[in-house]
Design a protein around this ligand. Structure first.
Ligand code: NAD
Length: 312
């Protein structure tokens, strides 16, 4: 098959692009490199640097494409509180630009990388797709708005759509920015350097951590699964892990004697998050395979940045 992946140089995009290329598909990648790294891509991924709002570029990249994976986005929840306009421009505007270009060219299917963040705080766990969204950040709002645009424009113009609500993905190659980095690579680095791991509110907040290879398997399944048009599907491990348990697993696996420090509960983010993956199992044949401990070990072994942290 022929694919276009937006955000192809990012953490999930590059893993997906490389997997599809390994399987012998023709893969084009688009990324503006605002955070992505094109060196993460295999040579046979056809990479173009560009903005997801650049419609002429999209028109040419979409020629003969069977399925688009739309992953390009600004992805930092905390940053979105400061820059909601930018998050709307890229995450919502970029999605609409892409959908318009797909309509113009005539592409059959799009798989959109949405987020578990759209659920926000909910009483009922695990989170089922039927729960009313309760987004708590401009990032989460932008993902929910983009889902609606994908489904609405898709229904109007006969483009098949699948929105995957991905929970907390982690694994080798995850972007590690200096401010507000994702918790798994940030804590792995801290543990390897002997720094402290700061947990808020006694570490009782929970998240559903899913290893990158499992996310990639859900994405590849979504390109060809039958009867998924217009669906929104959770992609998580189905395991609820408290931040304190995550910190302890990281210390155990790294053998680090770093300290866990307690800080007051931060108001940002939902208290609990765990995906109900029943629909993913039924519609995508998806079962997560990698436990948190195995995924953390693989991340440590395969990501050269943590080896550097040991030497530093
Ligand atoms: P990432 O930041 O590594 O990847 C996003 C990529 O998009 C980056 O390479 C960036 O350079 C690119 N990009 C940003 N703005 C762009 C623009 N205007 N035009 C073209 N490219 C642009 O993040 P990721 O973790 O790989 O996430 C990929 C997708 O999955 C995102 O849409 C994100 O919202 C979604 N998602 C990720 C997670 C997770 O835990 N990693 C969870 C839920 C949803």
């Amino acid at each position: 098959m022929n694919f276009l992946i937006t955000g192809a140089a990012g953490f999930l995009g590059s893993s997906l692009a490389n997997q599809l290329a390994r399987e012998g598909h023709l893969v084009r990648g688009l990324d503006d490199l605002s955070s992505g790294d094109p060196d993460a891509l295999y040579k046979d991924v056809h990479f173009t640097r560009g903005d997801v709002n650049d419609r002429p570029k999209l028109w040419s990249l979409l020629q003969d494409v069977d399925c688009v994976y739309h992953l390009a986005a600004r992805v930092r929840v905390a940053e979105s509180l400061l820059y909601p306009r930018e998050y709307t421009e890229v995450n919502v505007g970029g999605t609409v630009s892409l959908m318009e270009a797909m309509r113009d060219v005539g592409v059959r299917r799009v798989v959109f990388a949405s987020s578990g963040a759209v659920y926000g705080d909910q009483q009922e766990q695990p989170l089922n797709e039927a729960a009313a969204p309760n987004p708590r950040s401009p990032y989460a709002v932008s993902k929910l708005a983009a889902e609606y645009y994908v489904r609405t424009i898709g229904a109007l113009w006969g483009i098949e759509t699948v929105c995957l609500r991905i929970f907390n993905a982690y694994g080798p190659g995850q972007h590690l920015p200096p401010s507000h980095p994702p918790v798994v690579p940030a804590w792995l680095r801290q543990a390897m350097r002997g720094g402290s791991l700061v947990v808020h509110g006694e570490g009782r907040q929970t998240r559903d951590f899913i290893y990158v290879n499992d996310v990639v398997r859900s994405l590849t399944a979504a390109a060809t699964a039958p009867d998924v048009n217009q669906l929104v599907v959770n992609v998580g491990s189905g395991q609820e892990t408290s931040m304190r348990d995550l910190a302890q697993s990281i210390l155990r696996i790294t053998g680090s004697d770093a300290e866990i420090l307690d800080a007051p509960r931060s108001e940002a983010g939902a208290s609990r998050m765990c995906a109900d993956t029943t629909l993913a199992a039924k519609m995508l044949g998806f079962q997560p395979r990698t436990s948190l401990e195995d995924g953390l070990r693989q991340t440590l072994q395969e990501d050269p940045r943590f080896a550097q942290a040991v030497r530093a």
